[in-house]
Design a protein around this ligand. Structure first.
Ligand code: PRX
Length: 569
């Protein structure tokens, strides 16, 4: 395999990066030696929310702005670390009033509004497990997640609540729904701001997120309080967050990036963070970057490609000279957007790699190292990565294989909720297998090749084909469906569904639209098929499993490979 090596970080840095000597730190690194960077409660116990917010109020950062918030309508609000501390203490007391105890699951289903951040911190502060739900989810997706987790309390708004009301009868464990328009602020006003923060063991669960695999319903990935150490160090070293920065992470806390680097790791470093409630819009984004004088920006390849596709004149209208460091995550960042970034901002985007399961960045490009455009970079200090074959044996440089990590870093998931066998299936021969194919070059840089399973990444959002297929067969005209990710220039992939219709149903474009909308309304606003093809029969194994790789190969005009397990087709 030929790798083109280009170095774009050749310009001398005009600032000192937090991780000045990658190789030295990587070699000497141990997590225990960095534990002094955390703050502890009594008996050497920790709490991730305390580390993110409360510990700053006994320092000069007390009145520093932690959260600059801007709504889609232009409303702006500011919260200092002290404000967040008090508000989350108060809401924690509200939750206690509703008998929330350690280990109970409390879910948040909100757009990026201040109440989301306050709730998240409050849940962790009393030792309960915070779960987040992306606001595009619809009833079916909500039922699956709230049902599997046995969520006790849900915090939402009155509009989104309607989607939960539809399935509420199937959620007997859901005791209470708190809406931000009603109880949330009323209860906060009455609540005490004095709180005894729960002193947690390192391995106690802090938060959980549902994420998708190839088969079955989404799984609840659970993270421990100690993950804060990994998130803190990577925010410092990879995102290069410094005290004087104003930082913008464009992710949504419905996904793990929003939790680890919009709440925990970033605030643990005491940075002022911008949260913008609204949707992607090139002009608005440039306006925010410029108005808030953003210095560190963490975003995603689809957004970068969309910015690059917008008018070249637009970026020139804004003063973006404050930007110092830019990073990207979630899907492959091909070299073109990096070169575009260089042209538009005078600096490159630094790609990094991780997963919901890894809890924090594991492979990255750093300000102090040359970038090889197209490469995810090198393992962060504390992470041992390798390329292994299907038996878990290490492969040498330039050999394509499974990207694997040595278990034991603090951010690694501690369990899959109620699915021990699923958790165990991630490990082989002492390695955590990521499910991604990659290779390493002679300099130790990792290069992404693709998923080894059928998981789809559309606009950087992870979607399981099974969930979409299940939603599709809920439509009265559909008998069965096979779903794949189809490569797309802008979104990385789009969801394509191959659908077998019931006999006598008229196949036409109107029906395609209707089916697509059906999934959008029942499953999620981001996880619906943008393309539908009607097909007579799906390729299946003799045991009846849909062979999505054959659908994909057909779609891409590629050879269909080994068909020995294929039933007659
Ligand atoms: O396939 C990889 C892709 O996103 C997956 C993880 O998605 P998720 O659990 O939603 O986590 C998002 C948090 C970053 C990975 O298994 N992925 C992530 N980063 C990259 C990437 N693919 C290529 N390059 C990346 N930098």
């Amino acid at each position: 395999m030929k790798t083109k090596i280009l170095s774009v970080a050749s310009k001398r840095l005009v600032f000192k990066p937090n991780l000045a000597d990658y190789e030295k730190e990587y070699k000497r690194f141990s997590y225990t030696e960095h534990e002094f960077e955390l703050s502890y409660l009594n008996d050497h116990k920790i709490n991730a929310a305390y580390n993110a917010v409360d510990r700053h109020i006994i320092s000069w950062r007390k009145n520093k702005i932690a959260l600059f918030w801007e709504g889609e309508d232009g409303t702006a609000k500011k919260y200092s670390f002290l404000d967040l501390c008090i508000l989350s203490n108060k809401f924690a007391n509200v939750l206690k009033k509703y008998k929330v105890k350690r280990g109970d699951r409390v879910f948040i289903f909100l757009p990026r509004v201040p109440e989301l951040y306050i709730s998240f911190l409050a849940i962790l502060k009393i030792g309960a497990i915070a779960g987040t739900l992306f606001s595009a989810f619809q009833s079916q997706a909500l039922e699956d997640r709230l049902g599997n987790s046995d969520a006790k309390i849900l915090i939402t708004n009155s509009e989104l609540k309607k989607r939960v009301d539809v399935v509420r009868k199937n959620l007997p464990k859901l005791e209470k729904i708190i809406t931000v328009e009603e109880e949330f602020w009323k209860e906060i006003e009455k609540a005490s701001s004095a709180l005894h923060i729960a002193a947690m063991s390192k391995s106690d669960p802090a938060f959980m997120l549902y994420t998708s695999g190839t088969t079955g319903k989404p799984k609840g990935v659970v993270h421990q309080h100690y993950a804060i150490l990994h998130e803190h160090l990577t925010a410092k070293w990879v995102l290069d967050i410094k005290d004087e920065d104003t930082y913008w992470c464009t992710a949504d806390p419905g996904w793990v990036t929003g939790i680890a680097y919009e709440i925990l790791g970033s605030w643990s470093n005491g940075v002022s963070t911008l949260v913008y409630e609204g949707r992607f819009d090139p002009e608005k984004w440039y306006d925010l970057l410029s108005r808030y004088r953003i210095t560190v920006w963490y975003t995603a390849p689809t957004a970068i490609r969309m910015l690059a596709a917008a008018s070249a004149k637009l970026v020139k209208k804004y003063d973006l000279s404050f930007l110092r460091h830019m990073a990207s995550v979630g899907e492959p960042l091909n070299p073109e957007p990096i070169y575009w970034g260089l042209k538009a901002f005078g600096k490159p985007f630094h790609d990094n790699y991780w997963q919901t399961e890894t809890g924090g960045i594991v492979i990255a490009n750093y300000p102090s190292l040359p970038i090889k455009p197209g490469s995810m970079g090198k393992p962060v200090p504390g992470i041992t990565a390798a390329i292994v074959d299907d038996k878990g044996h290490e492969l040498g440089p330039q050999k394509e294989g499974n990207l694997a990590l040595k278990p034991g870093w603090p951010g690694m998931m501690i369990k899959i909720w109620r699915r021990a066998e699923k958790y165990n299936s991630y490990f082989k021969n002492g390695w955590y297998i990521t499910g991604d194919k990659a290779y390493r070059d002679e300099d130790g840089y990792y290069w992404f090749i693709g998923r080894s399973d059928d998981v789809i990444k559309t606009s950087g959002e992870r979607v399981g084909p099974f969930e979409v297929e299940s939603a599709l067969i809920g439509h009265p005209s559909v008998i069965e469906a096979g779903v794949i990710g189809k490569p797309d220039q802008m979104r990385g992939e789009i969801i394509k569904a191959f659908v077998v219709l019931k006999k006598d149903v008229q196949a036409n474009d109107k029906l395609k639209e209707e089916i697509s909308l059906f999934v959008k309304k029942n499953l999620a606003g981001h996880a619906y098929p943008r393309e539908i093809e009607f097909i007579d029969k799906l390729p299946k194994t003799r045991s009846g499993k849909i062979m999505r790789r054959i659908l994909k190969a057909k779609e891409l005009g590629l050879p269909i490979g080994d068909t020995s397990t294929l039933e007659e087709y």
